[in-house]
Ligand binder design. Structure first.
Ligand code: PMP
Length: 373
């Protein structure tokens, strides 16, 4: 039977591509390398027996929202929860960014912002970051005045480039945005500052967070948004009934009891990240600074050796990135290949792993970059 054609606006799109190959060292998706504490697993196992499995879960996830609210000093009515922060972002886009509306991103940034916006039917306008991946206030204002976006995404720290957005830029965006501003803080615990203080009932700002990274719960898929009450009410319109299952609600509540474990893990990851950064700076690579649990880098290419070492672009640079990615993979280390992404020619991104994983990565990387240099 012939296939039925999908929506016209989906024709040029493809799904999310991050290869899930089976390798020994997986440093490609920015999860925590640290398992949750044993007490978390024990308590959750006990909670499985307490779930009334024949009944729908609490539709408004009140206890979980209250617990998250307490963590941030806000009420549960200022918290929206969903299956991963990607679903949070999708809900925001369904409510504020559909057909006939414009969504602004500042590239390069987290690819799912523009991807989900397009799926929701919006037009995406991509503002640009500077050559060093910082974002200028003038670029934010230019995008606002040219495109009047209904939704503007900032990402702090920015994935995949690694640095937190300048607080001045966030303030400028908040003060001047024609629509809603979403600050994606998936990596907030690594950052020196947060946009949370901008959220209040008179602002149009929301901050998204996730349990997938520092809370060591990527398998559970849980994310949330801190936002004004009116925004939470709007999101409830686009949310499917009972979207968050009972066990996940419980898992989130139990995880929050282990704040100290999470914070200790963040400190350990930062120590490892700084060790990686120092070691990588000794190699023939461009290495960008990081305030997150991942590092963006670009192996030097022939173009770099012959000309400019920081702005090299073009086929040689991209090819070299891909070669090094393959070399790492052949050595059993999977990193994220950003080498063909716009504005990131030749770049790769490594997630900070355990000490052993990072050592394996460094050994494979040394080997990969000395294979030609
Ligand atoms: N935002 C950013 C910036 C991310 O890097 C990620 C995960 N890669 C997410 C959101 C989505 O995380 P999750 O859906 O697992 O909460």
């Amino acid at each position: 039977m012939n296939r039925y054609p999908k929506r016209d606006d989906l024709r040029a799109m493809s799904g999310y591509h991050s290869p899930q190959v089976s390798v020994k060292v997986r440093l490609n998706t920015n999860e925590s390398p640290i398992a949750p504490p044993a007490e978390f697993v024990r308590e959750l196992a006990g909670a499985v027996g307490d779930v009334r499995w024949n009944r729908y879960p609490d539709r408004s996830a009140t206890a979980l929202r209250d617990a998250i609210g307490r963590l941030h000093g806000v009420g549960g009515e200022n918290v929206f929860v969903a299956n991963g922060s990607n679903e949070v972002l999708q809900s925001v886009l369904l409510a504020y960014g559909g057909a006939g509306r414009t969504v602004a991103t500042f590239e390069p940034t987290y690819q799912l912002h523009s991807h989900i916006a397009r799926i929701a039917g919006a037009t995406v306008v991509g503002g640009r970051r500077e050559a060093d991946f910082t974002l200028s206030e003038s670029e934010v204002l230019r995008v606002f005045s040219t495109h009047a976006p209904s939704v503007t995404f900032l990402c702090s720290p920015n994935n995949p480039t690694g640095m937190a957005e300048d607080p001045k830029v966030i303030s400028t965006a908040v003060a001047n945005a024609p629509g809603v501003v979403v600050v994606d803080e998936a990596y907030a615990q690594f950052s020196p500052h947060s946009a949370l203080a901008h959220v209040n009932e008179n602002s149009r700002v929301a901050v998204s967070r996730t349990f997938s990274k520092t809370w060591s719960m990527a398998a559970a898929r849980l994310g949330y948004l801190i936002a004004p009450r009116w925004m939470i009410e709007d999101l409830e319109i686009v949310t499917l009934p009972y979207h968050l299952d009972a066990l996940k609600q419980t898992a989130g509540i139990i995880a929050l009891k282990h704040l100290a474990h999470m914070e200790a893990g963040v400190r350990d990851v930062i120590t490892e990240r700084d060790r990686l950064l120092a070691a990588m700076r000794e190699l023939p690579l461009v290495v960008w600074p990081s305030q997150a649990n991942f590092i963006l880098f670009r192996p030097n290419s022939g173009t770099d050796r012959n000309r400019d070492s920081t702005t090299g672009r073009g086929a040689d640079v991209a090819t070299r990135g891909r070669e090094v990615w393959q070399h790492l993979l052949d050595a059993g280390v999977l990193v994220r290949d950003c080498s063909s992404w716009e504005g990131l020619a030749g770049c790769l991104r490594v997630t900070v792993g355990t000490t052993e994983e990072n050592d394996a990565f460094l050994a494979a990387l040394r080997d990969a970059v000395s294979a030609r240099d």
